[in-house]
Design a protein around this ligand. Sequence first.
Ligand SMILES: *[C@@H]1O[C@H](CO)[C@@H](O)[C@H](O)[C@H]1NC(C)=O
Ligand SMILES: *[C@@H]1O[C@H](CO)[C@@H](O)[C@H](O)[C@H]1NC(C)=O
Ligand SMILES: *[C@@H]1O[C@H](CO)[C@@H](O)[C@H](O)[C@H]1NC(C)=O
Ligand SMILES: *[C@@H]1O[C@H](CO)[C@@H](O)[C@H](O)[C@H]1NC(C)=O
Ligand SMILES: *[C@@H]1O[C@H](CO)[C@@H](O)[C@H](O)[C@H]1NC(C)=O
Ligand SMILES: *[C@@H]1O[C@H](CO)[C@@H](O)[C@H](O)[C@H]1NC(C)=O
Length: 652
Amino acid sequence: MLRLLLPLAALAALLRAANVPQRSFGIDYDCNCFVKDGEPFRYISGSIHYSRVPRYYWKDRLLKMKMAGLDAIQTYVPWNYHETQMGVYDFFGGKDLEYFLQLANEIGLLVILRAGPYICAEWDMGGLPAWLLEKKSIVLRSSDADYLAAVEKWMSVLLPKMRPYLYQNGGPIIMVQVENEYGSYFACDYNYLRFLLKLFRLHLGDEVVLFTTDGASQFHLKCGALQGLYATVDFAPGGNVTAAFLAQRSSEPKGPLVNSEFYTGWLDHWGHRHSVVPAQTIAKTLNEILARGANVNLYMFIGGTNFAYWNGANMPYMSQPTSYDYDAPLSEAGDLTEKYFALREVIGMYKQLPEGLIPPTTPKFAYGKVRLQKVGTVVEVLDGLSPSGPVKSTYPLTFVQLKQYFGFVLYRTTLPKNCTEPTELSSPLNGVHDRAYVSVDGVPQGVLERDKSLAINITGRAGANLDLLVENMGRVNFGRYNNDFKGLVSNLTLAQDILVGWEMYPLDIDGAVNYGIVSLFDQPERFVGNPLNDEVPTFYTGSLSIPGGIPDLPQDTYVSFPGWTKGQIWINGFNLGRYWPARGPQLTLYVPRNVLVSSVPNNITVLELERSPCSTQACEIEFVDEPNINATTQYESYDHQLFVRDMWLTHL
Ligand SMILES: *[C@@H]1O[C@H](CO)[C@@H](O)[C@H](O)[C@H]1NC(C)=O
Ligand SMILES: *[C@@H]1O[C@H](CO)[C@@H](O)[C@H](O)[C@H]1NC(C)=O
Ligand SMILES: *[C@@H]1O[C@H](CO)[C@@H](O)[C@H](O)[C@H]1NC(C)=O
Ligand SMILES: *[C@@H]1O[C@H](CO)[C@@H](O)[C@H](O)[C@H]1NC(C)=O
Ligand SMILES: *[C@@H]1O[C@H](CO)[C@@H](O)[C@H](O)[C@H]1NC(C)=O
Ligand SMILES: *[C@@H]1O[C@H](CO)[C@@H](O)[C@H](O)[C@H]1NC(C)=O
């Protein structure tokens, strides 16, 4: 950081001494425009989330954005990505936001910072840390005292870091967004927005442009806009641009027109068709926006990846897949697409495009099939996976009560009676958040799933262990169900009787994978095993050696899961994300080259939650050179169509 700060400070001093007008950025209400260094200024911006692109590729993606003719980038700051535990802050490596800002600055891109605290973004809990839910009754995004205290503390860490990067201080940040689409939230708490306004001013000063973003309608602006925060709108291509900007004018009779989220594509959900928005539709509306002299941010310019457990979800519960490709102009892997060139052409009609080469699409390599070997089941090594040991309670506790925020918890009790005949295990209040893989003494029984499968029949003898491995599939990121508790959030019944006497094992699977999962097992089931184990949550390992003699390896690749059902995959301890080919539409996961090494074999760990192909077919995964994120799925048309319509109406 010093590296940058000193020259910036020195530069500012020099400029002052030379009597050069200082860097400034603001709003001119007479010309209905922004002014930068005293000149009218219009920006064309694109969204990139540093949390969804490997640090290794930040520069490549930013350069491609610059070469598309963009003036600026827009990024979100996900609070829960940085304050993973209350009071523990992480800004290192891939979370080094300051380094990201420095890169943007060096490349000549301005930055529009969306600082939260809430960001939506199809990100777990809309960026709010799950530990906020330790106060069960907390009202998020409101004047709830505990919520405000946590926000105040976080912003007093984040915003002072950002201040040196403000434009007037020599950095790239021209504007800072406060909250996000607050007008779409039920609380409508102006005191909360006022609190944020004061807090942001306190840490960032009076000069920086603070703004809000809301759906382009008076309805959304009613609770989203606040005097002192410049109100901007968001809307999709294909709609009526005049009407959308008239909505902004209802809040801001004068000042620049801004679409802060102009959708280049759309999000996906597991089990629903991959979203595609044609380039021509976007190019046409972009042209209309620019012709009007308006400012625009293309959301997303590159979507990237929900690595590990970072995806969000919508209600009725549908979680988003690992890929956040978004059908954006740069693909998930940063590839130049037809859409990229179509939009660049439109931009080129309004400004001079930068000279020079566009960084080419990075090559992909098909490393081929990798054989995996079964290591053993989750239940076999519970103690190794749960260093803190089980927590006991009569009734089930939630993830936050167990201080486990992501991943998996194993809930165990014993069958209170003989279930010789199939007996109904049920979650009458729909309290399995989000999926539970059920077994009795190691014998698979089926899956319970939020909003989808609330009861299954099980069998087993009295006293047998009833195990539910409960998976957090990502917290709701939009709307009033944002306070999304995970685990067993209500009682389970067995033939009407409430089950009691639970032991809950918080699982540190990522820790165990890094340590070497095989070492947890006394006798890894290398070649033989109980075939039934292929249907309970089970670990598999394998290794991928990068072939020698081929220049420029390793390269990016995609991993596919022929015959596998659903699970999680790590390469060299890096959590690539969830795979779920049985549901789709995403069949392959993006593997950026930076997680691979060529000097020694790459260690692969797979946790298959339901059914592997290993006892019937080849026990392999395959590295291929093309993504497939738009496979046909058992398409659930009804609720999804309604949902998409609602979301689009929100944004039109
Ligand atoms: C777009 O909206 C404007 C303002 O509401 C209206 O005058 C115009 O007729 C609309 N255009 C179309 C094509 O619907
Ligand atoms: C369960 O069944 C076994 C024999 O099948 C019997 O010995 C045992 O007493 C039964 N237990 C209960 C609690 O009913
Ligand atoms: C459980 O089995 C009973 C009896 O066969 C059946 O009526 C019921 O529908 C089953 N429940 C589920 C959830 O499969
Ligand atoms: C389970 O049921 C008991 C008894 O009705 C109740 O006290 C408890 O709050 C319930 N627990 C949950 C997690 O719903
Ligand atoms: C894979 O695991 C082996 C054995 O633990 C280790 O020697 C090797 O360095 C690991 N490879 C990588 C790339 O970390
Ligand atoms: C996926 O996208 C490709 C390229 O646009 C297209 O050819 C293919 O038909 C799509 N598949 C599905 C199932 O939509």
